[in-house]
Design a protein around this ligand. Structure first.
Ligand code: HEM
Length: 483
């Protein structure tokens, strides 16, 4: 009866999509759990949308309106349209982050990333934005450069000893050490040890635990009291990470109080202040957000960049030639306007965006009409970059890694690109990420201009298939290259 009621009353029934999604969310959840949600949603656009490659038009009935909006589950639609994406992700947008974010991070845990409250977000962002702005980050460039140089040394050593190097591992260690030091004032020292510690193992498992958190939030709570193995694990990971972060921040504040002159400047140093800034607990929540949002994202992007460039000798040679002309030591100032380097980065962010998932937002109460289609209030709308970035009407031959397409990008290309989200919820770490991407790419290809993808140890393109929960990662969890 419940299914029948859901089907009859479904306010999204008029939107094109698979019949099953009028009845139940099970199919959607299956793909979410298996890390294939962007592929599934993209296949719905291919089947039901007119702006995306339509493979078999004869399947459609003439009375179903085709368009860029598809129903993905009983309560959700995805929209592959650059104008709608801009409207939803603009500054002062009426589309708030959906309830999904409350459970993605943790229940009753509000920070800049997870909050759905615009006032909270505005105040928090105002405090956090300056220390992580492009101009403020220049004082951290020596730290970022030294971590990247160490990663490259380790890659070279691994190539010597093992014959190949796993760039995914080293980029992950580098990005986690950088954001750890900028957040806690002390490094995780993963590059030095070459091994993951408990915190970073937990960090790694966080992504695959996201489907559990978002689908069964109450079970994770219940698991605090009952022995429910998988749910206990999700809770234990969150507790350990929180304890570690708290202890690091307590050490840092003690240092700051005792020896303010010698304490390293972090992204939070100036806002440790109960009255005008943030309390220790509030900083703890933000620090945890930075670590999660700022490690895998950068590492995955760099991994796919190296993989794509190393797979195409033409691109690699052009990039290496451009980098060969740079003076030593390489600084970020020299890289900001390098044409080909920046085209390679833009193309990686297009094809392998670390967040290919649809950034779910809630339709304002009263509903809206988008592209001629009425969408009821409180429906969850997403605009997944995986599809927007592959719109063949905007990006010719969309599956090809072709950096030159960014030589003189059209307005449409810029509008359809949202690797860092948009509007007031745009990634706060965008400048840090871009500095890391520029420096790491330049230093890597300066050192290894002949690098290519290895086929040793069974490495194949299967390892690089994207597995996506909220964040994406190569399913083999490795990327082996040789010089
Ligand atoms: C290539 C690297 C990165 C990519 C592709 C990326 C992508 C994104 C995207 C798409 C969003 C929007 C999420 C949404 O609307 O649901 C976002 C938000 C965010 N990112 Fe990043 N990110 C990257 C690096 C970083 C770094 C290094 C940090 C470190 C501070 C960071 C911290 C955050 C935070 C705190 C938010 C929430 C901002 C807000 O809601 O105001 N990200 N990121």
């Amino acid at each position: 009866l419940r299914f029948l009621y859901q089907r009859i009353t479904n306010p999204l029934a008029h939107i094109p999509g698979p019949e099953i999604s009028k009845w139940t969310d099970l199919v959607y959840k299956y793909y979410w759990f298996s890390g294939k949600i962007p592929y599934y949603v993209h296949s719905l656009h291919e089947k039901y949308g007119k702006d995306i490659n339509i493979t078999n038009k004869s399947e459609y009935s003439a009375d179903v309106p085709q368009g860029p909006i598809v129903r993905t589950s009983t309560t959700q639609v995805d929209i592959c349209d650059k104008e709608v994406a801009r409207e939803i992700h603009k500054t002062n947008s009426r589309y708030m982050k959906s309830n999904f974010y409350n459970v993605l991070v943790a229940k009753n845990f509000q920070n800049l990333f997870s909050t759905t409250d615009p006032k909270f977000h505005f105040n928090r962002r105002r405090l956090l934005a300056t220390p992580i702005s492009d101009s403020s980050l220049s004082k951290h460039e020596p730290l970022i450069s030294s971590r990247i140089n160490l990663a490259i040394e380790k890659i070279a050593q691994e190539m010597d000893n093992r014959g190949v190097a796993d760039v995914f591992k080293w980029w992950l260690f580098m990005a986690t050490d950088v954001i750890g030091e900028l957040t806690f004032g002390e490094s995780f020292q993963m590059l030095e040890s070459g091994e993951k510690n408990q915190y970073t193992k937990d960090l790694e498992s966080l992504s695959s635990l996201q489907p559990i958190r978002t689908t069964f939030p109450n079970m994770v709570d219940l698991a605090r009291r009952l022995p429910l193995p998988v749910f206990n694990r999700a809770g234990a990971v969150a507790n350990r990470m929180s304890q570690y972060a708290l202890q690091s921040l307590q050490r840092y504040t003690k240092h700051l109080e005792n020896e303010p002159g010698t304490a390293k400047q972090t992204l939070f140093t100036k806002i440790f202040d109960e009255k005008n800034g943030l309390s220790l607990r509030e900083i703890l929540y933000e620090a945890q957000g930075y670590i999660v949002a700022g490690s895998d994202t950068t590492a995955v992007t760099l991994t796919y960049l190296v993989y794509s460039v190393c797979s195409d000798a033409r691109v690699r040679e052009e990039l290496a030639a451009e980098l060969a002309s740079l003076p030593e030591p390489i600084s970020d100032k020299d890289l900001r306007n390098l044409p080909y380097l920046n085209q390679v980065i833009s193309e990686t962010l297009r094809l392998y965006t670390a967040v290919p998932f649809g950034l779910p937002r809630s339709v304002p109460v009263g509903g809206v009409t988008l592209k001629g289609m009425y969408i009821a209030g409180e429906t969850t709308v997403s605009t997944q970059s995986y599809s927007l970035h592959r719109d063949p009407g905007i990006f010719a031959d969309p599956d090809k890694f072709y950096p030159e397409r960014w030589e003189d990008p059209s307005r449409d290309m810029k509008d359809a690109s949202i690797p860092f989200g948009g509007g007031s919820r745009i990634c706060i770490g965008i400048h840090l990420a871009r500095i890391e991407l520029r420096l790491a790419t330049a230093l890597f290809f300066r050192r290894f201009p002949q690098a290519k993808v290895s086929s040793s140890e069974g490495m194949s393109s299967d390892d690089m298939v994207m597995k996506a929960f909220f964040l994406m990662a190569p399913q083999g969890h490795r990327c082996l290259v040789e010089a």
